[in-house]
Design a protein around this ligand. Structure first.
Ligand SMILES: *C/C=C(C)/C=C/C=C(C)/C=C/C1=C(C)CCCC1(C)C
Length: 254
């Protein structure tokens, strides 16, 4: 049997096969790059009012991908949480995802007001600002957590009981199912972050590894899957519209 490959003691910043957190940073970076290309390419073949949604989705994964390259490097070099990069990434990509809620509703209901978007934005700012202040130890970590939770609660209220939820009653089946999947992601998928903060940071504080592993997994699910939900609605609606045009032109010919 060949001897197990020995790992050099100084890897010069390359991946250490025993550093699972670093490997998870790497995998998520590549998944974000691939998703970006995918959403950009797909945006050329969906109906006109869906293009913006897919392009915004590509921006979400592009911004995350760039931050992931830096976060991997930070982790590999310092073995500590890249808090600043992490929160800059979130504060750009989460508002873009809130825009996605607005766009998906607007694609089917052009007269929807922007008030809904601003309420979602206020919730987002509150959630992330206080999460950051708590994690960076600028304010008490528990207070940061509590106020951050309230911001998230505000978002959940808007999409489950507020104006956004009322608008969603008039959606086509494809859009409605994607909207429901997006709601599921924002409630269940997003719950991974405060759970990570609570168990990995508030209670744990042993090492930064579990917290970062959890955040990386959560980003993978909540960015890529979220955008795939939109892509699915766009594709289904576009195909249905094409069939309708096909049928109409057949009727014309006979
Ligand atoms: C792409 C990045 C996403 C979807 C990030 C979402 C982040 C959260 C839902 C963070 C939530 C938090 C709370 C609800 C309480 C305070 C601590 C946070 C910031 C981790």
């Amino acid at each position: 049997m060949p001897a197990a490959a020995t790992i050099p003691t100084d890897l010069h910043g390359f991946l250490n096969p025993t550093d699972h957190v670093a490997i998870s940073f790497w995998i998520v970076s590549i998944a974000m790059v691939a998703s970006t290309v995918f959403f950009l390419m797909e945006s050329t073949s969906v109906g006109k009012h869906w293009k913006t949604s897919l392009n915004v989705g590509a921006l979400v994964t592009l911004i995350a991908g760039v931050h992931y390259f830096y976060m991997r490097e930070y982790w590999v070099q310092l073995q500590a949480s890249p808090i600043v990069y992490r929160y800059i990434d979130w504060s750009l990509t989460v508002p873009l995802q809130m825009i996605e809620f607005f766009l998906i509703l607007q694609a089917v209901k052009p007269d929807i007001g922007s008030g809904m978007f601003f309420r979602l934005l206020i919730g987002t700012v509150m959630m992330l600002l206080f999460g950051y202040l708590g994690e960076a130890m600028i304010i008490n970590a528990w207070i940061g957590f509590a106020v951050g939770m309230a911001g998230w609660g505000f978002i959940l209220f808007e999409i489950f009981a507020g104006e956004a939820s009322k608008t969603s009653g008039d959606l086509s089946p494809a859009v409605a199912s994607s909207y429901n999947l997006m709601r599921f992601i924002v409630s269940i998928g997003w719950s991974i972050y405060p759970l990570g903060y609570f168990f990995g940071y508030l209670l744990g504080q042993v090492s930064d590894a579990p917290l970062n592993l959890i955040y990386n997994l959560a980003d993978f699910v909540n960015k890529i899957w979220f955008c795939l939900a939109i892509w699915n609605a766009a594709r289904t609606e576009t195909l249905a519209a094409k069939k309708e045009i096909g049928r109409a032109s057949c009727r014309e010919r006979v």
